[in-house]
Ligand binder design. Structure first.
Ligand code: ARG
Length: 458
């Protein structure tokens, strides 16, 4: 039986049910809906709407239903109810009759769904925080066992300057730390309780909104009833955080796909996170990474979809807003999956330190060092840059590295160059020279690694 049949003479069409019903997807809010109802029953009992006995009956039935919901034992498929709110109410009415018909006094599905969805979002933020922390722990763990590996750093996908592998790992740790802080921010902002806002204008019953908010773990009640029932900022915010974090995972995937390529050969990925080709027996494809990259499309799409849905909506609740759920359910699920697989991928990485170092040595990554060496000898940087560039050109023609040129060959470009140039051009030297806070030298990298270990390795 629908919750609103009295005013209607004809029933709904089958197609209307198809477009309107949300039980097929909002059933995942069962637990939140029941907990919200337990709080509401208590509030209306205190307000004198329910007798003590009626309240007790309702609360017992709701608690029993909660146990079933949490055990996944509710039979939604046998139900013809429109949404999760009607489902819970109908189930109670079937059990208790008229007592259950009192539960919706002073409440609307508008403040109900807003409360349920905030509870769901808050709980998922907590789970996602754990997922993000797990990826950070994997990156930190992998960085820790590969402290000495040096590989080329790139700009424009051209070998630019060598970096320590842990420095690369910790760059993604910084991005994920920002994702974590965004999750914490949004949790604090969403933590206000809409219940008691009614359909849009507040409720006439003397409800203690502060008490309901506290009971459901909110910091405070929402301030304005019109805003409370029509605000979906928290959904958009979580979609944005998911999108930004998926973008981070996708960039990491892109780096790793390249590192794993035959051309680079810096890393090997585990068999457990790669697949073969049905035709080419030699192939081992980085599918998990490609899917981390590929799934960005649908996650970004959900953010875009809800922004467009919300942009023209007048106050207060409109049914358009029912479209908020499937996108968030899918986006958070995909993000969760990608975070979990990212841990497995990172844990499986085996580095080829020889190949990394060889690639880092090639590509004239020490040209900046030569310029800095000249600066140390009193030559202005712009002139030093030009000299070093001409040395690179000469070395290129001779098919040699800079450090393979003899001192006589080097002196052609500047007679301040002496034998002491050779140690300066060595890989370890030039990496460790970047000893500044935030740089790729061993000291700052180890300090950052220690900090990350202290915060994220349990
Ligand atoms: N299923 C609806 C939603 O998700 C619940 C709120 C219905 N409110 C209403 N006035 N019809 O938004």
């Amino acid at each position: 039986m629908s919750l609103w049949g009295g005013r209607f003479q004809d029933g709904s069409s089958a197609m209307f049910r198809t477009v309107n019903d949300s039980l097929p997807f909002d059933r995942v809010l069962a637990s939140q809906d029941i907990r919200g109802s337990i709080a509401w029953a208590r509030a209306i009992a205190k307000a004198g709407v329910l007798s003590q006995d009626e309240h007790q009956q309702l609360e017992e039935a709701l608690k029993a239903l909660l146990v079933k919901a949490d055990a996944g034992e509710l039979d939604f498929d046998a139900s013809s109810e429109e949404d999760i709110h009607s489902f819970v109410e109908a189930t109670l009415i079937e059990q208790l009759g008229d007592v259950a018909r009192k539960l919706h006094t002073g409440r609307s599905r508008n403040d109900q769904v807003a409360t349920d969805f905030r509870l769901w979002t808050r709980e998922h933020v907590e789970l996602l925080v754990e997922d993000v922390e797990a990826v950070i722990a994997s990156l930190v763990g992998n960085a820790d066992v590969n402290q000495d590996v040096i590989l080329p750093g790139y700009t424009h996908l051209q070998r630019a300057q060598p970096v320590r592998y842990p420095h690369w790992c910790l760059a993604y740790v910084e991005m994920l730390k920002r994702d974590l802080s965004r999750l914490h921010d949004l949790k604090a902002r969403l933590n206000q309780c809409p219940l008691g806002s009614g359909a849009l204008a507040g409720t006439t019953y003397p409800i203690d909104r502060q008490a309901i908010a506290e009971e459901l773990g909110f910091d405070s009640p929402c301030i304005n009833s019109l805003d409370a029932v029509s605000d979906r900022d928290y959904v958009l915010e979580l979609l944005f955080v998911a999108s930004t974090s998926m973008m981070h995972l996708s960039r990491m995937a892109e780096d790793l796909i390249f590192y794993n390529s035959g051309e680079a050969g810096f890393i090997q990925l585990g068999d457990a996170v790669t697949s073969g080709s049905s035709l080419m027996p030699q192939k081992k494809n980085p599918d998990a990474l490609e899917l981390m990259r590929g799934k960005c499309g649908r996650v970004f799409g959900s953010l875009q979809a809800l922004l467009v849905t919300m942009k023209g909506l007048p106050l207060a609740y409109n049914k358009d807003m029912q479209e908020d759920k499937e996108g968030l359910f899918d986006a958070t699920n995909q993000w969760h999956i990608c975070l979990r697989i990212a841990c497995e991928v990172v844990d499986s990485i085996k580095l080829d330190s020889e190949r990394c170092a060889k690639a880092a040595r090639e590509g004239y990554a020490n040209a900046t060092e030569l310029a800095d060496y000249l600066v140390d000898k009193g030559i202005p940087f712009r002139t030093a840059h030009d000299i070093s560039g001409r040395v690179v050109l000469d070395a290129l023609e001779k098919k040699k590295a800079i450090e393979e040129l003899t001192i006589t060959e080097l002196k052609v470009y500047s007679d301040v160059i002496e034998e002491d140039v050779y140690p300066v051009l060595q890989l370890e030297y030039l990496v460790n020279k970047r000893d500044i806070l935030g740089g790729t030298g061993i000291k700052p990298v180890l300090a950052a690694l220690e900090n990350a270990k202290a915060s994220f390795i349990k």
